[in-house]
Design a protein around this ligand. Structure first.
Ligand code: NAG
Length: 263
């Protein structure tokens, strides 16, 4: 076979692949062979991560969950309100800091938890939605005039609206296998799952947190009760052995509120 024929055959088979819809599958398989890990843009293993963040859960928690689950070695700077402004200035000047969920995705890429190329838009959309849900909680939690009434309104109306969106986005158990409803992106684990489970967990803790004047029953609040798929999703993510170890360890910061309301 001459080189020209070979090229024609190659092109013909690529076109065939394209029209049979197996193109994505083939490029996925090739990428996995080359990089040894799944996901659209895999990167090399990360040796050590230095987390420049507050000594609290906040937006660092999704990263900690992923790093513990995948045994990525990390240390924490553990900033306080006093030490953070200076550190942030330094980081911005040096251009060394990355902010937000881009770090989580980067960590995910290093352990084969990036989304596949044909899922990237969907992934980014879901991740942005999770961040939006998180903002609803931060908005009241970090408000210096945070009150019991604000908490109650949030739990009664804002949160269920948002959880309802995600309940519909979790693949359904009746149409998929049990396994598929364990992950938010098309039935396989990605960095987006850590973002979602950290957001769900913050809301669970917030719902159960006792404020002045609460009856002890408040501690039994289950914000996921009306959302069975989310509840099963949450339980399954928090049932991963390395995650359980982390949750029990003293590496995990307690849930705290920045402002306690007056009665
Ligand atoms: C985690 O990583 C450390 C060193 O990087 C290694 O010694 C340890 O065995 C690993 N643990 C697991 C559970 O893979």
């Amino acid at each position: 076979m001459s080189a020209a024929t070979l090229v024609v055959v190659l092109i013909a088979s690529l076109i065939a692949l394209h029209y049979t819809g197996h193109e994505a599958l083939v490029s996925k398989t090739v990428s996995r062979l080359v990089h040894g890990k799944a996901g659209c843009f895999p990167i090399k293993d990360i040796k050590h991560v230095k987390l420049h963040y507050f000594a609290g859960r906040g937006r660092g928690e999704a990263m900690r969950l992923l790093m513990n689950d995948y045994n990525i070695s990390y240390s924490e700077m553990g900033y306080t309100r006093e030490t953070w402004p200076n550190a942030k200035q330094e980081g911005l000047k040096s251009g060394l800091y990355l902010f937000g969920q881009v770090i989580l995705r980067y960590l995910g890429r290093s352990v084969g938890l990036d989304c596949e190329c044909d899922e990237l838009d969907y992934c980014n959309m879901i991740a942005a939605g999770i961040e939006d849900m998180g903002k609803q909680l931060s908005k009241i939690m970090y408000d210096p005039s945070f009150s019991v009434a604000m908490r109650d309104e949030y739990l009664k109306s804002t949160l269920p609206t948002w959880l309802g969106y995600f309940e519909r986005l979790i693949p359904s158990q009746s149409t998929n296998s049990q396994k598929q409803s364990d992950y938010i992106i098309h039935g396989h684990l990605t960095w987006v799952d850590y973002l979602l489970v950290a957001a769900l967990d913050a809301n669970i803790e917030f719902g159960q947190f006792l404020l002045p004047g609460d009856s002890p029953d408040q501690a039994k609040t289950d914000v996921l009760k009306p959302f069975p798929k989310l509840a099963q999703y949450y339980n399954s993510m928090f049932n991963r052995p390395a995650v359980i170890d982390y949750l029990k360890s003293d590496k995990r910061y307690p849930f705290k509120l920045p402002y306690m309301p007056k009665k």
